[in-house]
Design a protein around this ligand. Structure first.
Ligand code: G6Q
Length: 546
């Protein structure tokens, strides 16, 4: 019986896990290491050179087996198959969820409404290959005959975070002399600061929007168009604007030549879209061959997720560990800590991927969830920077925060000792969280009694460590697909729809109603609008000019 038919918390495995929590809550991880000399081997998994060490968790073999039993009782196996085979698992929007089709490197057809989607996926990939090569080689010229030197992706949310994070993560693989910029915010500063250093004659705008109706993106795109036309005239638009969308009609209405449009489909969720044409900026930056390697890495993780037994399945283990902490230890937060400067935008990307997917309060059947927590708050910063900021709270605060450390064994910029120091730090942090430091140990160091308590680390704080050989496009693809599937696993357990985002609608609608008040087109009904208008009237526009 699946959780949708029966309340999650009454499932036998859930009940058993409640007891398991009581058994294990006072057990120290260090003691489990002492009792089992093979704990590291027993609680680690590999996929090629992608390695997960999950030995520093509050679990033993019994816990894992109960967690996997819960996964079975919730119908995870069937749910995975339903996603991969194109069933309309996004139930509120009646859509299939097929970001995996975008990186399907097998010959398997994938059907949506009886149609194999693979031919159109491949056709768009060919279009991306051709276009990205033309831009990179200089064959694609701007309206004045100059080569493109700057790409500006205008998009927001899923149409921004994936491409901007990946281009940053793969900076080392980027073509020299071709610069990528990302404009997302409606705050005019974002566009103004980006355009300030650009030459319209050598700039290409990629307008990325699934719907092509998003207020921020369309406003930014119109302002960018105005900026270009001011310099080069309206005829220049076709050489400097391309669009990525599912909405051909709106793209044409905007004035972009449909020949310069890259299509994707409603079965690609925004936050899962970097693998689609939304990844065009990535493809131009790193080239089609490396873009294909990114897809191949994700595909390798997809195949693993689909076929590996749960006990050896990296995303399943990661997902179920998260369930263990969210629902039994009542952890409300998850930290993601990449020890790689290139991955500095990963936490921002995962904030959306995880919190927009699993920040839900009703089950798929429309029932309000009252007896368990769903998606955690996710945050993070790259190491070692975070160590000098919020790690204080991770080590000594009152919150219980499981951490994911992510680190490449080899750096793309070894720089003498730098990478060894970085590696020593990441290993040290996981050890410090686990082992802590007792008052006796503190006193033995000669610390005075009155200070001793301040220097105690309670320890027994869990972490996963993910190590890859180095962050190539391939291993980055694997990492991102791993997190996508981890999120999926948790959504299945919580019996929520991880693929809609209705919680973002209310604010958007209210903003549309408030705008006319700010523009003076409607009487002011919000006190705060009145106050702001008063301040805007006082403002001398020249006061900030340098
Ligand atoms: C992602 C969300 C959301 C979306 C943006 C941009 O899953 O749906 O972040 O990507 O709102 O939407 P458009 O691509 O339609 O402009």
């Amino acid at each position: 019986m699946t959780a949708s038919k029966k309340n999650l918390t009454s499932l036998p495995a859930w009940q058993a896990l409640e007891n398991e929590y009581n058994r294990i809550k006072d057990v120290r991880m260090q003691d489990m290491f002492a009792q089992n000399p093979h704990r590291f081997e027993d609680f680690s998994l590999s996929l090629e050179d992608f390695f997960l060490d999950y030995s520093k968790n509050r679990i033993d073999a019994n816990t894992v087996s109960l967690l996997l039993k819960l996964a079975e009782e919730c119908g995870l196996k069937e749910a995975i198959e339903a996603m991969f085979s194109g069933e309309k698992i996004n139930s509120t929007e009646h859509r299939a969820v097929l970001h995996t089709a975008l990186r399907n490197m097998s010959d398997r057809p994938i059907y949506v409404d009886g149609e194999d989607v693979m031919p159109k996926v491949k056709a768009v990939l060919r279009q991306m290959e051709k276009f990205s090569e033309a831009v990179r080689s200089g064959e694609w010229k701007g309206s004045t005959g100059k080569e493109i030197t700057d790409i500006v992706n205008i998009g927001i949310g899923g149409s921004d975070l994936g491409p901007s994070m990946v281009t940053e993560a793969l900076k080392k693989y980027q073509k020299k002399g071709l610069h990528c910029h990302f404009v997302s915010n409606i705050d005019g500063t974002d566009l103004a600061e980006t355009l300030a250093d650009l030459n319209p004659a050598t700039t290409l705008f990629i307008i990325s929007s699934k719907t092509f109706t998003t207020q921020e993106t369309i406003t930014n795109a119109l302002s960018a168009r105005k900026w270009l036309i001011n310099e080069l005239g309206v005829a220049a638009v076709s050489k400097h604007f391309v669009a990525i969308s599912t909405n051909r009609k709106e793209v044409e209405a905007f004035g972009i030549n449909p020949d310069n449009m890259f299509e994707f489909w409603d079965w690609v969720g925004g936050r899962y879209s970097l693998w689609s044409a939304i990844g065009l900026s990535i493809c131009i930056a790193i080239g089609f061959a490396d873009f294909t390697r990114l897809l191949a890495g994700a595909f390798a993780m997809d195949e693993h997720f689909r076929t590996a037994p749960f006990a050896a399945n990296i995303p399943v283990i990661m997902g179920m560990l998260g369930i263990w902490y969210c629902n039994f230890f009542h952890a409300e937060v998850q930290a993601v800590l990449p020890y790689d400067q290139y991955l500095r935008r990963l936490p921002a990307y995962l904030q959306q991927a995880d919190m927009e997917s699993n920040g839900k309060g009703v089950t798929k059947d429309g029932e309000r969830i009252v007896s368990y927590q769903t998606g955690p708050v996710l945050f993070g910063e790259p190491g070692t920077n975070g160590q000098h900021s919020f790690y204080q709270l991770l080590h000594q605060g009152t919150h219980f925060i499981p951490c994911d450390f992510i680190v490449p064994a080899n750096s793309l910029n070894e720089m003498g000792e730098h990478h060894s120091i970085l590696l020593a730090n990441v290993i040290a942090q996981a050890e410090a969280l686990m082992c802590g430091k007792t008052k006796e140990e503190v006193l033995a160091e000669g610390v005075e009694e009155e200070l001793a308590e301040h220097k105690v680390f309670l320890g027994n704080r869990p972490s996963n460590t993910i190590v890859v050989e180095h962050f190539s496009p391939y291993y980055l693809g694997m990492l991102l697909a791993m997190y996508e599937h981890k999120i999926f696993v948790q959504g299945v357990i919580w019996n929520i729809n991880s693929f809609d985002q209705m919680g973002v609608e209310l604010g958007k609608k209210l903003a549309k109603d408030i705008l006319p008040e700010l523009k003076g087109d409607k009487p002011v009904s919000h006190a705060l609008v009145g106050k702001i208008l008063e301040m805007r009237n006082k403002h001398d526009d020249t006061s900030y000019t340098a």
